[in-house]
Write a protein that binds this ligand. Structure first.
Ligand code: AGV
Ligand code: CA
Length: 311
């Protein structure tokens, strides 16, 4: 039995690699894709997504553009990454783009696709939750069609990954971009699996992983991993907020193979105002979320590399 997956992402290197890996999973039926211009620019992220589906998928899926806007913009340097992926020769060899752009904006595309898909669908989100929050506002009955939400977002550690003026550093970026959207989804009855910084911090992109991909680059999919991650080079002599983790790829791998991680229930709220905005905070009377807090690192990297070899 294949799981229905609807994927909403925001065009970072790890978002686009996630799309590539989803297309290699035998146990996944990808029902729809949409792109939100949060940690990316929309045009190159749309083209890159469509070209990845052309190159590595079997067709039958369209890609919707989001017209959502966030409260706290991502740094431009990070948003540029989608241009680099879109420009890769591997994705431009055919000289054409076949996968269509959906005729509806992402939040309406979510509603339409959930309704048109038989049975329930797992929502996989690797950027902010704005499109889902808007979809729920328009049609709350879609909750019935949602199996669960698997989201890369949040943390219950003291340190988040937002280092911005007027912020205290406790938030994770996907929440911070649009805190109200996360708070709206928290109000819903949807079961939420949170792949939080607790686990993603355990999968930094280290040199040994890059070397492994280099040594196995005779497989076109493994070469694609190496080429994409070469766009986010390591800063080896000091740790900054530009250290790259496999945030979204871990989230996607969890969908394909849930026994890679450990999960624990936490009652929480999303803070929407002030210096801690975007922080997910544990509180006894908060709504329960399933937090992925631990991962078998070696098994995770083996799984993603083996998936890439199937391409
Ligand atoms: O907070 C992690 C989220 C993930 O969805 N993104 C990147 C992943 O796609 C934002 C982000 C945090 N630190 C970053 C990010 C960095 N150093 N470079 C690019 N994006
Ligand atoms: Ca992302």
């Amino acid at each position: 039995m294949k799981k229905n997956i609807y994927f909403n992402h925001d065009g970072g290197v790890d978002d686009l690699i996630s799309l590539f890996l989803l297309l290699q999973m035998d146990n996944v039926e990808l029902t729809g894709v949409s792109v939100i211009p949060a940690d990316c620019y929309l045009e190159p992220a749309m083209f890159a997504s469509r070209k990845i589906i052309d190159r590595f998928g079997n067709g039958g899926v369209d890609v919707a553009e989001s017209n959502s806007r966030g409260k706290n913009p991502f740094p431009k340097d990070w948003r540029m990454h989608a241009f680099y992926v879109d420009a890769l020769p591997l994705l431009n060899e055919s000289g054409k783009v076949i996968t269509p752009v959906a005729d509806k904006p992402a939040h309406l595309h979510i509603i339409e696709t959930l309704r048109a898909t038989e049975g329930k669908t797992t929502l996989l989100f690797t950027g902010p939750l704005t499109d889902l929050a808007r979809a729920l506002d328009i049609d709350p009955t879609i909750e019935e069609k949602v199996e669960r939400l698997v989201w890369m977002g949040g943390t219950f550690r003291e340190e988040g990954n937002v280092h911005e003026p007027e912020h205290d550093g406790t938030a994770e970026w996907n929440v911070f971009w649009d805190p109200e959207a996360a708070a709206r989804v928290w109000e819903s009855g949807i079961e939420i699996d949170l792949v939080a910084l607790e686990s993603t911090n355990q999968v930094p992109l280290t040199l040994d992983v890059r070397e492994r991909w280099a040594s196995e680059r005779k497989h076109i999919g493994v070469d694609f991993l190496g080429q994409c991650y070469a766009m986010v080079p390591p800063l080896v002599h000091f740790s900054t907020n530009s250290t790259y983790y496999l945030w979204d790829v871990l989230t996607t791998a969890f969908v394909g193979k849930s026994d890679l991680v450990k999960v624990q229930t936490v009652n929480s709220i999303v803070l929407t105002e002030g210096a801690s905005q975007g922080r997910t905070a544990e509180t006894a009377d908060g709504r329960p979320v399933n937090v992925v807090y631990d991962v078998d690192r070696d098994a995770f990297f083996d799984y993603m590399t083996e998936l890439a070899k199937k391409a």
